[in-house]
Design a protein around this ligand. Structure first.
Ligand SMILES: [Zn+2]
Length: 186
């Protein structure tokens, strides 16, 4: 799935515990998009002015470095320690794995490549795939993202915070104010 979809879903997972502070929710949501940091080769290659290099690094690193159990544990432990909260670490582990699961079910490339998840790297070369995987731009991803966004709006009206809290508390307050006015609750 696209990073935007991963982010919305991860923020919803962070909202599973409504008592967590904003900082914890932020890092739990970040854990849900961090696996895709291994796609940085594309940016680096373009920064070097070479499309060939960008493609080469992307193919070599994407899914190979960040999409595995070891990376999930490192990220979850780091977030748990940083937030001083085992619940934040546990939910970071959940959002990281939700990312992997979403990639397995709905991230087939335009060329049909499944981008297997090397879940047990570097201990095993096994690649996690699913026969029913749909393409990255499939309607299923659009529906899942739309439903997640809808749920996030319900939470925004009820709890007084939305995805914009990941960027700024002030912006978030302004956005929630508008949402509550539009969606019928002040
Ligand atoms: Zn991914």
């Amino acid at each position: 799935m696209s990073p935007g979809s991963h982010l919305v879903l991860s923020w919803l997972v962070a909202e599973a515990d409504s008592t967590l502070p904003r900082r914890d929710r932020f890092w739990i949501a970040m854990a849900g998009i961090l696996p895709d940091a291994d796609g940085v080769g594309l940016v680096l290659g373009l920064a070097c002015g070479s499309w060939d290099l960008a493609q080469h690094w992307y193919a070599a690193w994407h899914h190979a470095i960040g999409h595995n159990l070891l990376a999930a544990v490192v990220v979850a432990v780091a977030i748990g320690a940083w937030c001083r909260s085992w619940r934040a670490g546990a939910l970071a582990l959940v959002t990281f794995h939700l990312h992997l699961l979403c990639d397995v079910i709905g991230s087939r490339g335009p060329d049909g490549y499944q981008w297997p998840i090397p879940y047990l790297t570097p201990f095993s070369a096994w690649g996690w795939t699913w026969d029913g995987q749909w393409p990255l731009n499939a309607w299923q991803n659009t529906v899942i993202t739309a439903l997640a966004l809808g749920l996030s709006l319900v939470l925004a009206v009820r709890r007084g915070r939305w995805l914009t809290e990941l960027l700024s508390v002030r912006w978030d307050a302004a956005v929630v104010e508008v949402l509550r006015r539009r969606l019928g609750r002040r």
